[in-house]
Design a protein around this ligand. Structure first.
Ligand code: MN
Length: 430
């Protein structure tokens, strides 16, 4: 399936849902899918439209197959079954809902199935069997490598093999869920000393995007890179919370463990590959002298990247009490990925590993390589050496209890309606 645009991307299309017009995240051209509940009702699939959530099972009888079947399959607390069917039914559902929401004559029938988003509770949209976090942000890899290994920041494998580790899926939570500061063993202050134990003193976030797997593959049957995008359900925002003092002590020789398994936060909406079609862009050309990918990772990268802008914002308890605006810590593009999403999937499965619907692939921290584009505090503060001065006089090096991190991501392009992911936010508790 090539990424082409169609009438559902028309910037002039408008919905009779008034709040959708010019909505920063959820105009009718987006229609992301998530799991919501309203009042005492059971969690089920919904679509965001303006400030409202559309109950997908509720409108199923107004649709025709395959969209009707998709809307009925969305009548579940998780969307694994909906996305397991591949991209065709998702596209059909998008087109059918677009038709309902842009046709005034359907308003009376559809309106009882719309709920104010502010009254809804959002849930993790999949039963996430497996979560893998990659390390595709090359500027982040250089920055972190420089802190841990000043003489040798980028290890020799980096430009040949997509680096990743198998993460923890049980502690992934949806935006709005508090994150409890982890305790653990921390790196001795002096080399050769004994570790400290206690609440992390260097709690950090990582600005990442989440790539959701839709249709899976059988064990032993790798996904070719040229077919990999057919296996993507969509994308969300991911905050890979990281306790740097725990990480520094435990990461050798097997990589992150307790430093990252206490919590990860995702934005609730799956922005589909169809919604993202206008915003696909060329993968940045590799620097001169960089190796070419091995054949199993080679594909047409002319539209393999995502033209998405990401931001991290901070509020402290004092800022909120003062009614201050969130302070933006950084901003940068998703094109900071050294590997494409398709390459990540092809690599993950090349040895025969079976990807399953609802598997979550983190991109790794995406740092832009320019000042103001650092995707974590450890980079912004150069390992805690520099202080971040907030507008109200407060200072930060790492996160304190009560701090809230808000991540946002959106796509903009001339001639198309802007679409966004919705917030990915969480507050630190002691
Ligand atoms: Mn990470």
């Amino acid at each position: 399936m090539t990424q082409t645009t169609d009438h559902t991307h028309d910037a002039n299309a408008t919905s009779w849902v008034e709040s959708a017009s010019g909505h920063a995240d959820f105009p009718v051209q987006n229609l992301p899918i998530g799991v919501f509940s309203h009042g005492e009702s059971a969690p089920r699939g919904g679509m965001a439209i303006g400030d409202m959530v559309l109950d997908l099972p509720g409108i199923a009888m107004m649709l025709e197959d395959p969209a009707e079947d998709a809307a009925l399959t969305a009548n579940a607390p998780v969307l694994n079954a909906l996305f397991a069917g591949g991209r065709a039914p998702i596209k059909a559902l998008r087109e059918a809902v677009f038709a309902l929401l842009t046709d005034e004559s359907k308003r009376t029938g559809v309106e009882p199935h719309l709920y104010p988003a502010a009254e809804c509770t959002m849930h993790v949209p999949f039963l996430i069997h497996d979560y893998t976090d990659f390390y595709t942000g090359i500027h982040h890899a250089v920055n972190i490598g420089s802190l841990f290994r000043p003489d040798n920041p980028l290890l020799p494998n980096y430009k040949h093999v997509p680096i990743g580790y198998h993460g923890r899926s049980s502690s992934i939570r949806v935006s709005g869920t508090d994150v409890k500061r982890p305790a653990g063993q921390q790196k001795p202050v002096e080399d050769g000393g004994n570790p400290e134990f206690g609440p992390s003193k260097r709690l950090d976030y990582e600005l990442e995007m989440a790539i959701w797997i839709g249709q899976g593959n059988d064990l032993g049957d790798p996904i070719p890179v040229g077919e990999a995008e057919e296996h993507i359900a969509g994308i969300s925002i991911l905050n890979d919370w990281s306790a740097r003092d725990i990480q520094a002590w435990e990461y050798q020789p097997l990589g992150p463990f307790l430093a990252k398994n206490f919590a990860s936060t995702i934005s609730p909406w799956i922005v589909t590959m169809d919604a993202l079609a206008p915003f696909r862009t060329a993968q940045p050309v590799r620097a001169e002298g960089d190796p070419q990918p091995l054949p199993y990772l080679q594909h047409d990268t002319s539209a393999a990247a995502f033209g998405i802008t990401m931001e991290v914002l901070l509020t402290t308890p004092k800022m909120r009490a003062e009614g201050a605006e969130p302070f933006r810590l950084s901003k940068g593009p998703m094109t900071a990925m050294y590997w494409t999403a398709a390459q990540l999937i092809a690599h993950h499965s090349v040895g025969g590993c079976n990807m399953q619907p609802g598997d979550l692939l983190g991109t790794g921290t995406l740092t832009s390589g320019e000042e103001g584009g650092e995707g974590s505090l450890i980079e912004l503060t150069e390992g805690g050496k520099k202080t971040i001065n907030l507008p109200n006089g407060e200072e930060r090096k790492f996160l304190e209890d009560g701090d809230e991190i808000i991540m946002r991501a959106y796509a903009e392009k001339d001639g198309f309606a802007r679409i966004g992911m919705g917030d990915c936010r969480a507050t630190i508790t002691g």
